[in-house]
Design a protein around this ligand. Structure first.
Ligand code: FDA
Length: 384
């Protein structure tokens, strides 16, 4: 069959691009190898889909070209998507840090996108592997179907057990587009060697400031049997490069708190002073790491200041990440230098588009990645 556009991938980006183009009058086919559309939407946000964030800013996205996101985010904002959500009568709430979730279920977002596709007369073909793709006479041929426009919306390789693949990169390379090396992002970090101490406190969480690669996030960290996780760590993982250290502030104003503890409870040990502010098991592990065995009253202020310094800047050198199996997103991807920031169309090959996670754009945790899927999807959908 002949279409105006073939969209590869029925995730958030592909479905909204399809609906946008279809409602503007284009004949659109969406192809996906999965048995149902929007699988990542369904599992997102603990089943309630954190579908956008009130604080969307270009600075909350990583890319080789940090300016690339500006145009698409401005042309289709979080308020535009929220308007669509409300038009479909989906109740929502703000949880924390501007993160917007469905009151009910993530399935409402998938149903909304499918309804928008129906209104645009979009044909969605599921359980269909994408075979060879060819391009001649200005047409892209995918199996027996052809169209002058082809949209790569197959996402990145994060969570392969859900059907995620790196096919987007292979298609881009087939057509001569550069791909920024992909890597797992928003992913737990692994620790080894002397940092194993913390594995014994697996399950303990506490608020921290995490720093790496020039970024810092103030959220919760979770100690796991493999290393570190929790929102602060997932966020900082996107900025972390292998071999680098990450610094955690587990206790702010630690030195003055320890001096105060010395005056208040001179017979106590460091662990007791730390337990006033931190979970017990963490206080114990940190006291052991710092290694001060004397009573607080017998410790000079300078020694307490040094201990405070350690607590303000605990450094870890992760051995790696838990990989694509646990990564919420993939950083890197189709090089934005190859694409128009207004339409997502490839500069080298008119008619070829790339959107969503397949592109070298990665958002923070908290609804940013879906907003990129929506904004880039609408940009391409309008251009087709
Ligand atoms: P997406 O991966 O959604 O869609 C790609 C589609 O292409 C899929 O349907 C897939 O089956 C199909 N496909 C892939 N390879 C194919 C092939 N070779 N042949 C045919 N089809 C193929 N973000 C956020 O903003 N808020 C949140 O709450 C969450 N929560 C969250 C939880 C979990 C567990 C994960 C893993 C991820 C999130 N995210 C998130 C990230 C978010 O899910 C992600 O950024 C978007 O789904 C990306 O949308 P895309 O449409 O680009 O790709």
């Amino acid at each position: 069959m002949t279409y105006d556009a073939i969209i590869l991938g029925a995730g958030g980006a592909g479905l909204l691009a399809a609906a946008t183009a279809g409602q503007a009058g284009a004949r659109v086919l969406v192809v996906d190898h999965a048995s149902e559309p929007g699988k990542k939407i369904l599992i997102s946000g603990g089943g309630r889909c954190n579908f956008t964030n009130m604080g969307i800013e270009p600075g909350c996205f990583l890319s080789e070209n940090p300016h690339f996101v500006k145009s698409a985010l401005k042309r289709y904002t979080q308020w535009d998507f929220l308007g669509l959500v409300e038009a479909h009568g989906i109740a929502w709430h703000e949880k924390t840090l501007g993160q917007l979730f469905c009151d009910g279920s993530a399935r409402q977002i998938v149903e909304m996108l499918l309804e928008e596709c129906r209104r645009g007369g979009v044909e969605i073909r599921l359980s269909t592997p994408i075979g060879d793709i060819r391009h001649f006479d200005g047409q892209f041929r995918v199996g027996r179907d052809s169209a002058p426009n082809l949209v790569i919306a197959t996402g990145g390789p994060s969570i392969p057990k859900m059907g995620a693949t790196g096919r987007a990169y292979a298609i881009a390379e087939q057509f001569g587009l550069n791909v920024v090396p992909p890597r797992p992002a928003l992913v737990p970090l692994t620790l080894g060697g002397e940092e194993r101490l913390f594995k014994e406190i697996s399950g303990v969480a506490c608020p921290v400031v995490a720093r790496a690669g020039g970024a810092s996030f103030e959220e919760a960290a979770l100690f796991t049997h493999k290393g570190l996780s929790g929102p602060a760590i997932l966020q900082i993982s996107s900025y972390w490069s292998p071999g680098e250290a990450i610094a955690l502030t587990v206790l702010t104003d630690a030195a003055s708190r320890l001096r105060a503890a010395k005056r208040k409870m001179p017979r106590a040990h460091l662990k007791a002073a730390l337990a006033e502010h931190l979970p017990n098991r963490l206080a114990e592990a940190l006291a052991e790491k710092i290694g001060l065995t004397a009573e607080l009253g017998n410790l000079p202020d300078a020694v307490l200041d040094q201990a405070g310094e350690t607590l303000t800047r605990l450094t870890f050198r992760p051995t790696g990440t838990e990989g694509y199996a646990k990564a919420e997103v993939t950083a890197g991807g189709i090089d934005t230098a190859e694409l128009s920031s207004k339409t997502m169309e490839a500069r080298k090959l008119p008619g070829l588009y790339a959107i969503g996670e397949a592109v070298d754009v990665t958002g923070w945790l908290g609804g940013y990645n879906f907003q990129w899927a929506w904004s880039s999807g609408v940009a391409a959908g309008r251009a087709i």
